[in-house]
Design a protein around this ligand. Structure first.
Ligand code: HEC
Length: 449
């Protein structure tokens, strides 16, 4: 059995794209019955999707964007994409969809992608990338891989259930949690929020909202009102200026002009603009590698930012706002480092480091970087060190930890204490997906029901 739309598509293609589709078609005919399966069940293996993600990042991400969310080209995730390939919600507002034309999508991808070097990605690799695309759009997995023999490639009645709300993107809420773990909700609509940052006065939140692409939005804490701040390019990693008037973030908008191409891991630079949306955005960093804002030193005159370097991975740099204004490297090691915080006297900088093989919290003299002192030994990521707080906070698994910092001739640290534990949204790396401005109340992300 061959799905008719698939045949029609390939025979109406241009002459140049005739041979490959014919071959694919033969493969399909030969194998169509080899792998019967009912609709509504999984159609790819998790490991296949994991392998596909790597191939995607290397071969497709430069054009289709971080997390499939549109780089210079179309998004491969979201309602529009699913509808384009025949997907229909079964009823208005239904969370079950049907009709997604997996075979057609695969055939078109093999025939036309990557542009200019069609065939450079093997059929097996394309199947893995497709598995990743299906996974991100909410299709279920199974034990066996998707192959050219899979019945799913010819099944126009495939059903699947995307994650709540927008397809493929987990819907989340913003909540306050106090040191005892008591939760208080913020009246925001569910969205795919990430990396929330509280304004210095505690009244607004800057946060990534992922729709077709990530952008920075501003939340009014009291009313829960949302306002989109950035529009052009992809925009991530918000940070408030110390006076609360500006938002810094990492953007690739300048790349749109460079031959229509944006690289996947490259090309994000630090920008800032007025938090109320007035005026233009200004670019603060220039370079070959990826840059993003991290933290302000307590005097407000130095911005720390990270650089993703091909040899030394994630490094810590400083951008002074006085003197010559030239950026200088604070720490470049062969290890991943990140998650910056400054002590209130400005003499110490805390960061997470993967030097031991897993993330641990390290303190270093500022600005010399030495001496250093590793202050956790059982793992520590997602560091939060609010200005003026003697406690430094971090995450260990599901536990949110506090550690007292005692200033004196030598710096001492108290024992790590568990504040609360819970299944809140975590950031896997060094960047904190939680925040606090007073060390008493914490802003976290929670999955919407
Ligand atoms: C050099 C940039 C570039 C690269 C690399 C690239 N694509 Fe594309 N892709 C495009 C463009 C441009 C389009 C839109 C073509 C059109 O709409 O006419 C597209 C369209 C698509 C579509 C159809 C989208 C839709 O809305 O139906 C799929 C699927 C796709 N690409 C998959 C891939 C995969 C998988 C890879 C990696 C193996 C890849 N692309 C690599 C530029 C690229």
């Amino acid at each position: 059995m061959i799905y008719k739309g698939f045949l029609k598509r390939i025979y109406t293609g241009s002459a140049a794209s005739y041979v490959a589709p014919l071959l694919i078609c033969l493969l399909f005919i030969q194998a169509a019955n080899a792998d019967q399966q009912a609709s509504g069940q999984g159609i790819y293996a998790e490991e296949q999707a994991t392998a596909g993600k790597k191939i995607y990042e290397a071969q497709c991400g430069s054009c289709h964007g971080v997390d499939l969310m549109r780089g210079t080209s179309t998004a491969l995730i979201g309602t529009e994409f699913v509808e384009k390939w025949g997907g229909k919600a079964l009823q208005a507002g239904s969370s079950t969809w049907t009709g997604f034309h997996v075979g057609g999508l695969l055939a078109e991808t093999i025939e036309t992608m990557p542009p200019g070097v069609v065939g450079s990605v093997s059929t097996e690799e394309q199947l893995s990338v497709l598995a990743y695309v299906l996974q991100r759009n909410g299709f279920p997995s199974r034990d066996t891989a998707l192959t050219m023999n899979s019945a799913a490639l010819h099944d126009p009645t495939l059903k699947f259930q995307p994650t709540v709300g927008r397809i493929g993107l987990e819907q989340r809420l913003l909540v306050w949690v106090d040191r005892q773990g008591r939760e208080e909700s913020i009246p925001v609509p569910p969205r795919h929020y990430y990396l929330p940052r509280i304004s210095p006065d505690g009244k607004r939140i800057a946060v990534e909202v992922h729709l077709d692409k990530p952008d920075i939005w501003i939340v009014d804490v009291e009313s829960g009102g949302l306002r989109q701040l950035t529009h052009e390019g992809t925009n991530r990693f918000p940070l408030w200026s110390p006076d609360g008037t500006r938002i810094l973030y990492s953007s690739d908008r300048h790349r749109e002009l460079v031959g229509g191409e944006r690289a996947f891991f490259d090309g994000h630079e630090v920008y800032w603009q007025a938090a109320d949306g007035s005026g233009e955005a200004d670019r603060l960093t220039f370079g070959e590698h990826n840059h993003g804002p991290q933290k302000w030193a307590p005097d407000g005159n130095i911005l720390s930012f990270y650089e993703i370097h091909p040899d030394t991975y994630r490094d810590i740099w400083m951008l002074p706002f006085e003197g010559d204004g030239d950026p200088w490297p604070f720490l470049q090691t062969p290890y991943l480092e990140g998650g910056i915080g400054f002590s209130q006297d400005g003499k110490w900088l805390a960061h997470t480091s993967k030097e031991t093989g897993r993330y641990e919290v390290v303190l270093r003299a500022f600005p010399e970087s030495l001496p250093k002192k590793q202050v956790t030994s059982e793992g520590g990521v997602e560091l939060v060190w609010p200005p003026g707080s003697n406690d430094l906070f971090y995450r260990n698994e599901d536990k949110r930890m506090a550690m007292e910092i005692i200033y004196g001739e030598t710096l001492k640290v108290g024992p790590p204490r568990v504040m609360f534990e819970g299944d809140y949204v975590k950031s896997p790396g060094s960047r904190a997906s939680w925040d606090s401005y007073d060390g008493q109340r914490f802003l976290l992300l929670k999955r919407a029901e």
